[in-house]
Structures are given as structure tokens and as C-alpha cells.
Ligand binder design. Structure first.
Ligand code: ATP
Ligand code: MG
Length: 329
């Protein structure tokens, strides 16, 4: 059975539709195919300043959303990164075999530091990919399901694993990225040329999983489309309609061609109504279940504690192997 590893940052008060379709739905499918570790990567979230109280709440909310969204915390190991000390320790070891130039080539750092300038960026944002490499390698991971934006980081992870094995003897399993398809990429409803993102300036075009159903319907009905009236895939000229077709396909499991055959000619109103209904049908129960889980934080913490122990057992053994290989301990 392959080991599977992935994680999301607790960097907002709720997951959005893009995270759900692009990550959580795919994880749910994959968890039956291997031994999966799904992490709430709170150490990564520290790379952008957080109010401590808010961060703690966001960690619980994300845990509840993983479970409500179908991650089974008995079958898969669903844990919080900072509960497993080996992550920080492994990051240090790996940082000593990472080239400064190599780290400087990571495009996510360039993108995320561009806004305020490199001088203002924190060093954690720069070393983020090394922490992420450690996350993956600690669990002898075979497969890392990620969006295309994370591919470069998984390549770095592979390079570091191979370099370490060559220098210090076989220690790490070399993982492969499992890149989730472009079709799973959801765009902002108000600006469908940009991906739906937690860090967008306004959330008018973002569907949060914890939004009230009425709000979700309103956001979908006011999604930006175009004036030509036809319903078909054309990312260039009709990004809004193309995005809504992708969403409807993801939520109904029906191929896009089918949907086009059914809805073309019906007008955008009816089409948007169908999209809203499909989204609400699936997300409402998940929202309810999330709120229920958050009503019992002690039970949630019990689950997270138990899983942190399971994760530590695996991670500590790998860390120990790496330290001994390097001449420590
Ligand atoms: P940020 O803007 O801060 O990077 P994000 O919205 O991209 O936030 P992440 O925490 O970076 O969220 O991503 C979590 C997971 O969700 C990743 O696997 C990522 O590939 C996926 N994901 C994020 N946005 C989308 C989207 N619009 N469509 C599909 N998948 C997405
Ligand atoms: Mg992102």
C-alpha cells in the first residue's frame, strides 16, 4: 500500500470551494488506496503573521472540515504538524544540504514576497519548501497529491532525498508528486481569470464552505459570465461559464459534454440555478457536520491528540535514522 501525504494551511477561517474540489475531494478518493497522512500545517501558516487566538481556532476549524469533508480520522492519520516535533528538527537537517541558490529558485517565494518586497519577507517564507520537504520525507511517502503550484516543491523534496541518500546512505524514500488535474482548478467567481484563493483581496468571488447556503446561492447567481448567452467550454473567451461548468461537473460527477448538451440554450439563469443547487446539496451537510464537530472541541482535541501520537511514531523513527546517518546522536 502506498504512503500518501498532503496538507493544507490553517490560513483562513474556512476552506473554499477550490480547496474542496482541488484537494479534499481528491484526498477522500485516495485515502482508500493507501496509508494516508493528512496534516494541518500550522508551522507553515506562521510564515504570514497570525493572531495566536485566531490561529488556534483556525486549526480546529480546518480539522473539523477535513473530517466533515470525508477524511476518516481512524483510517487516515489526520494530525496537526506542530504536535509532531520531528518536523522542525528535520527541516534543520535538510536545510544544511540545500543550496542557497537552489532555495532562491522557488517561484512561490518569489510570488509571495513580491507584494512587500524580498527585504520585508521573513526567512521562514524562504525556507518553507525545506520544511515541506521534511514533512513529506518523515513519513516515507510514495505519493504527494498536490496542485500544479506545488510541483516545484515536490521536485525539491525529491532532489534533497536523493542527495541525502547519496551522501549519507539510503535513508529516505523518494516520493512522487501526484499532480491533480487542471480540471480541478476552480476560478474566482468575480474574476474567473484568477484562481479562487484564500488570499484574494475581496471574498465576493469566493465560496467558503462555512458560508450560509443562502449566501452561497447569491454568490453563484452573481458570478461573472459574458453576454453571448451560449453554454460551452471556452476558457479564453468564456472563463466564467467555463468555470461554472467545471464546478457543476465536479459536484455532479457528470462529464462536461453532457452538461453542455443539457444546458446550452437554457440561459444563464437556469444554468446558475443548477450549479447553486448541486453545490448546496453537497456542501450544506458538510457545513452542518463541521459546526457540530466544533461544538465539541474536547472530542476534536482527543482525535487530534491520538493522531499526533500515531504520526510521531512514524516521524520520530525517520528522524532518528537521518540523524544517525549524519553522525549525530
Ligand atoms: P493561498 O492563496 O494562501 O496560497 P490557497 O487558497 O491557494 O491559499 P492553499 O492552502 O495554498 O490555499 O492550498 C490548499 C490546497 O488547495 C492545495 O492542494 C491547492 O493546490 C488547492 N487549491 C487551492 N486553491 C485552489 C483552486 N482555486 N482550485 C483548485 N485547487 C485549489
Ligand atoms: Mg496556494
Amino acid at each position: 500500500k502506498p504512503r500518501i501525504y498532503s496538507g493544507m494551511q490553517p490560513s483562513s477561517g474556512s476552506l473554499h470551494l477550490g480547496n474542496y474540489v482541488g484537494a479534499l475531494m481528491q484526498w477522500r478518493e485516495l485515502q482508500a488506496e493507501g496509508e494516508a497522512f493528512f496534516s494541518i500545517v500550522d508551522l507553515h501558516a506562521l510564515t504570514s503573521a497570525k493572531d495566536p487566538k485566531v490561529l488556534r481556532q483556525q486549526v480546529r476549524t480546518l480539522a473539523a472540515q477535513y473530517i466533515a469533508g470525508g477524511i476518516d480520522p481512524e483510517a487516515s492519520c489526520l494530525y496537526v504538524q506542530s504536535h509532531v516535533a520531528a518536523h522542525s528538527q528535520m527541516a534543520w537537517l535538510l536545510s544544511t544540504i540545500t543550496g542557497f541558490g537552489e532555495a532562491s529558485r522557488m517561484t512561490q517565494f518569489k510570488d509571495k514576497s513580491a507584494k512587500e518586497g524580498v527585504e520585508a519577507a521573513n526567512v521562514g517564507l524562504f525556507t518553507y519548501p525545506i520544511l515541506m520537504a521534511g514533512d513529506i520525507l518523515l513519513y516515507d511517502t510514495d505519493l504527494v497529491p498536490v496542485g500544479g503550484d506545488q510541483k516545484q516543491h515536490v521536485e525539491l523534496t525529491r532532489d534533497l532525498a536523493e542527495r541525502f541518500n547519496k551522501r549519507f546512505g539510503k535513508t529516505f524514500r523518494v516520493p512522487k508528486p501526484h499532480i491533480l488535474g487542471e480540471t480541478a482548478r476552480i476560478m474566482d467567481l468575480q474574476d474567473p481569470t484568477r484562481k479562487m484563493s484564500k488570499s484574494a483581496e475581496t471574498d465576493k468571488g469566493i465560496i467558503w464552505l462555512l458560508d450560509e447556503p443562502g449566501k452561497t446561492v447569491k454568490k453563484i447567481k452573481s458570478a461573472v459570465t459574458d453576454t453571448d448567452g451560449s453554454i460551452r467550454v471556452d476558457a479564453e473567451n468564456k472563463p466564467g461559464v467555463t468555470n461554472l461548468l467545471g464546478i457543476l461537473s465536479a459536484f455532479t460527477g457528470r462529464p462536461i459534454d453532457d452538461l453542455v448538451a443539457e444546458f446550452d440554450g437554457q440561459g444563464y439563469g437556469a444554468f446558475k440555478g443548477a450549479v447553486a443547487e448541486a453545490v448546496i446539496d453537497e456542501l450544506s451537510p458538510i457545513r452542518d457536520r463541521t459546526l457540530d464537530l466544533l461544538d465539541d472541541p474536547a472530542e476534536l482535541d482527543r482525535i487530534l491528540d491520538a493522531n499526533a501520537e500515531r504520526a510521531s511514531a512514524v516521524a520520530d523513527a525517520t528522524l532518528d535514522r537521518a540523524m544517525v546517518a549524519m553522525g549525530l546522536r
